[in-house]
Design a protein around this ligand. Sequence first.
Ligand code: ADP
Ligand code: MG
Length: 338
Amino acid sequence: MGKIHELSEILSNQIAAGEVIERPASVVKELAENAIDANSTQIDIVIEQAGLQLVQVIDNGDGIEPDDVSTAFKRHATSKITTRQDLFKIQSLGFRGEALASIASVSDLTIETATANSLGTFAHFKGGILQTQKTSPIRPGTAITVRDLFFNTPARLKYVKTFQTELANVIDIVNRLAMSHPQIAFTLTNDDHLLMKTAGNDDLQQTIAGIYGVTMAKQLLSISAEDLDFKLTGYVSLPQLTRASRNYLSIMINGRYIKNYQLNKAIIKGYGSKLMVGRYPVAVLNIQMDPLLIDVNVHPTKQEVRLSKEPALMTLIEKAIYGRLRTENLIPDAVQNL
Ligand code: ADP
Ligand code: MG
């Protein structure tokens, strides 16, 4: 008799959860991204104790049909891709079909969801096991409530930092999601305090004002640039408005917030010699490109991506910022020759 056996679905989901669900902010990110993919125009995020007690994401999006609810919580179950070809032209934020299965496996989770044409559904999972499913009167949209995160994975719970750190992480991710989707109205509430609210009127500068404050938003210059492969729009700060960390640099590609050291470097280079050592500008850049030029299937959290024309994009960003600052006479011609 051999020693090797397949792991149970519950156990393999918990293992997968280790990669995707690191902390409360990961739950917020995955649930809010699902809400965005479901064409929501309003997304309300309610957390308690920085999300360790409770994370609730309520959207007014497409909802899930009753028959699909239990499937949505299976690993590798998704409505977003079907064929291998789809993998090379990802338009949605999700596609791996892992988030719901992972989150449910390490928490106590309830979902209420309805489409425009179906009865609503309520379901309750604990540690990934379905406890109840019944019809529920709910307007079209989805509300998912996650309690007792990591109750059954004590090592992971131990790894979670202070409330302040976890809350800062949640705020950070919600801010980036809101800035990459100015057409969606977001709210974030922690322990009954409203922390963030955006109008959802598709005005990026107003969205930034809702996040970083009106004073900062007023000190931003709009930029736009385009070449055959990329379309770039966004806001960058005047050279005198700087911050001590790169944390105020936000780059979104096709609506996905990504982390990319090289593109950050291009933003900074766009300021020529105008920035003091250790100071960084504020920038929010939305880049549109053919999905064929970007591989998002690099890491489970999908924040790290591979770009097939990265040097060209770097040049476009640097030139756009440099050119804009020069038209404002904020950079003398002689500083840099592009
Ligand atoms: P993925 O987002 O990669 O497809 P998830 O596990 O996050 O995988 O979600 C599984 C499926 O459940 C999604 O493909 C989608 O069809 C459905 N779903 C999840 N959240 C929502 C939501 N808020 N509104 C509508 N459908 C949802
Ligand atoms: Mg998802």
